[in-house]
Design a binder for this molecule. Structure first.
Ligand SMILES: [Zn+2]
Ligand SMILES: [Zn+2]
Length: 130
């Protein structure tokens, strides 16, 4: 790996780290990092690498094939379900007790076991409802 690609990776990771509660499309990342001179293909390449390392999560929105990326923050994020606002794109972390109640309820009623690490629910957040 050249020094240059390492720098691109650092810039990309910094950007995602600084916006941990938002999801971004690759296009949007490219636009935000325009001053850093990173090509879209370099962004895709680095995102794929970060995803395979478990640092970034790929997210798709219902009904759309567009792919978004989200920084996987702390380990605790493996335990709870995430809520994504369709209006502002912010990610909210469902408290663990609420996550457990939801998962137990669905299991009891449908015998279906939700994968908590992969589940993102879409809706409208409190701030956007105002
Ligand atoms: Zn979380
Ligand atoms: Zn919102």
């Amino acid at each position: 790996m050249s020094v240059y690609t390492t720098k691109q990776r650092t810039v990309l990771l910094d950007f995602l780290q600084n916006n941990p509660d938002e999801v971004f499309s690759a296009d949007r990342i490219a636009e935000s990092l325009r001053s850093e001179d990173i090509s879209l293909s370099a962004i895709y390449r680095n995102l794929a690498a970060l995803e395979s390392e478990g640092k970034v999560q790929r997210v798709t929105k219902g009904g759309s094939r567009k792919v978004y990326y989200r920084f996987k923050a702390a380990d605790e994020c493996k335990e709870h379900i995430h809520l994504s606002c369709s209006k502002c794109g912010k990610t909210y972390h469902m408290p663990l007790p609420a996550t457990n109640t939801l998962i137990d309820d669905v299991k009891k009623n449908t015998d279906f076991e939700i994968d908590r690490t992969e589940t993102v629910l879409y809706g409208v957040c409190k701030a956007c409802k105002k």
